[in-house]
Ligand binder design. Structure first.
Ligand code: ADP
Ligand code: G6P
Length: 483
């Protein structure tokens, strides 16, 4: 598919995120195709973007060529090019080997390198400049995630007319951890370029305001920051959600139901199918979860004839050392558990490295009796919400880490401490043995919660607050269409 060019200075809503919502695929005949990419951010933002004919600025992945803006499947896309060195230093380095581990409770050790930060500044400036080119006068700009924390201030310098929002999809760390960062002040000042700074949880917004007071010295009151030039910045929590109705409809569809049945058959029709779905990331707690399952088999609490664990783990950030180590670790662990505890035609764990279309994801959710989501720390975790959305029959059980943002809302899940393997084993067994009535009650309550707050509510709640920041602004954005 080839696209037409997107015009400059015309977008009333500009989404700025590290990644474009599409992946570039080169066919065997050399033709180029764009495919919608997986990932929480993309899944969440596409509907609001379509509803507002907005533009999306992001990196198309790779370093091949500097692409012109184009329109694909109705979305106006503006690629930002990264060089090979920038992928190493900005993306793999500062974003994913410094900020990612630091913001996730230092689950892995963050690395601090000055040249990585320099690349972060350069790339953030490039994103700010592209945005300044594309945004219409008085437009709303919504900057996303930890890769682009300097963009709000850089963009405000270039285009003071814009309304700028920032949303952090991952946790914001407590002051004790954030303070380790040699560039802590620059990052806080970068974020303060926004009118509204949004987080997944209220505690994160409080961490941010406290740090601004302590480290930058601005006056604050509750969730407001008062800058010396008279401007205010509002911090707040806006827990992200999913397209609940769209996913539920997909789960209801005949092909997906058929496929779910087929998956269970292919697994040998066990009594219980347990499922884990994650990017292969050390924050997701995959290792402890599989160990818990392995021990339950070893101890005879479960039998491979009755229970199988399907673990889908999409490889991610594969050139970053800690991700490589994790992949080897999990490969070894799965091999050991299957080697020790599997039987012919009955592996204990069915381990898949594949990225699937939405239909297959919905079928997997439909096929699973117990969804096991055990991150050591997670901003939200959309997988947990997706599972609940697909369980329209009220069946199924969710085992969920207390340390995922989703645990604030999905209180009726079997909540676990992912560091406590015995506790996880007990909760998995409890979920397996729970009577269907009580499971139904839990699932219904969780479904009610997610139905009350879907992704379009999330987007409009953020954009409503952003619109209110300058009352003279007249342009109104349309809410996302529900599919
Ligand atoms: P993160 O954003 O850290 O990866 P989330 O759970 O919040 O974690 O979001 C992950 C998103 O990626 C979900 O929408 C999920 O459906 C999707 N996803 C995860 N694994 C796969 C896969 N193997 N194939 C397709 N989509 C996937
Ligand atoms: C998380 C982050 C996103 C990121 C996604 C996929 O959801 O919050 O910003 O895009 O993971 O990671 P990747 O490094 O492949 O973009």
């Amino acid at each position: 598919m080839s696209g037409s060019e997107a015009p400059n200075h015309t977008a009333d809503l500009v989404i700025v995120a590290n990644r474009l919502p599409v992946d570039r695929v080169v066919n065997p005949d050399g033709s180029i195709e764009w495919r919608r990419s997986p990932g929480g951010l993309v899944t969440a933002l596409e509907p609001v973007m379509r509803a507002n004919d907005g533009a999306w600025i992001g990196w198309p992945g790779g370093t091949d060529e500097d692409l012109e803006p184009f329109v694909e499947d109705g979305l106006s896309l503006v690629p930002v090019h990264l060089t090979e060195a920038e992928v190493e230093e900005f993306y793999e380095g500062f974003s994913n080997a410094t900020l990612w581990p630091l913001y996730h409770d230092v689950v892995a050790k963050p690395e601090f390198h000055r040249e990585w930060f320099d690349a972060y500044v350069t790339v953030n400036r490039r994103f700010a400049e592209r945005t300044a080119d594309v945004a219409a006068e008085n437009a709303m700009v919504w900057v996303h995630d930890y890769q682009l924390q300097l963009v709000p201030a850089m963009l405000r310098e270039l285009r003071p007319d814009l309304r700028i929002g920032f949303f952090l999809h991952i946790p914001f760390p407590p002051a004790e951890l954030f303070q380790q960062l040699p560039w802590r002040r620059q990052l806080l000042e970068g974020l303060l370029g926004a009118d509204v700074v949004g987080f997944q949880r209220p505690g994160a917004a409080q961490n941010f305001v406290r740090l601004v007071r302590q480290r930058v010295g601005h006056k604050t009151h509750r969730d407001m920051v008062y800058l010396p030039d008279g401007r205010t910045v509002q911090a707040g929590s806006f827990p992200i959600s999913i397209d609940v109705k769209g996913l539920e409809e997909l789960a209801h569809s005949e092909p997906v139901q058929q496929r779910a049945k087929e998956i269970r058959e292919q697994l040998g029709n066990p009594k219980r199918v347990l499922l884990g779905v994650d990017r292969l990331d050390y924050t997701k707690g995959i290792r402890a979860r599989l160990r818990a399952f392995g021990e339950l088999l070893e101890e005879g609490e479960l039998d491979v004839e009755d229970a199988v664990f399907v673990q889908v783990a999409t490889p991610s950030r594969e050139r970053v050392e800690q991700y490589r180590v994790l992949r080897d670790d999990i490969d070894r662990l799965v091999g050991r558990i299957n080697g020790d505890l599997g039987r012919i035609g009955r592996p204990a764990i069915s381990y898949l490295h594949t990225s699937y279309p939405r239909e297959e994801m919905a079928a997997l959710y439909r096929a699973a009796d117990i969804m096991v989501v055990t991150p050591l720390r997670d901003g939200m975790n959309l997988v947990a919400k997706e599972y609940v959305a697909c369980r329209y029959d009220g069946e199924g059980a969710l085992v969920l880490s207390e340390f995922a943002g989703a645990a604030d809302e999905l209180r009726q899940a079997f909540l676990v401490n992912p560091y406590d393997i015995n506790g996880m084993k007990a909760s998995i067994l409890e979920a397996i043995n729970a009577d269907p009535k009580s499971l139904n009650k839990r699932m219904k309550a969780m479904r009610k919660t997610i139905n009350e707050h879907d992704v379009s509510d999330w987007a409009s709640s953020f954009l409503d607050v952003l619109s209110e920041t300058k009352p003279m602004h007249r342009k109104q954005l349309r809410p996302a269409r529900r599919t």
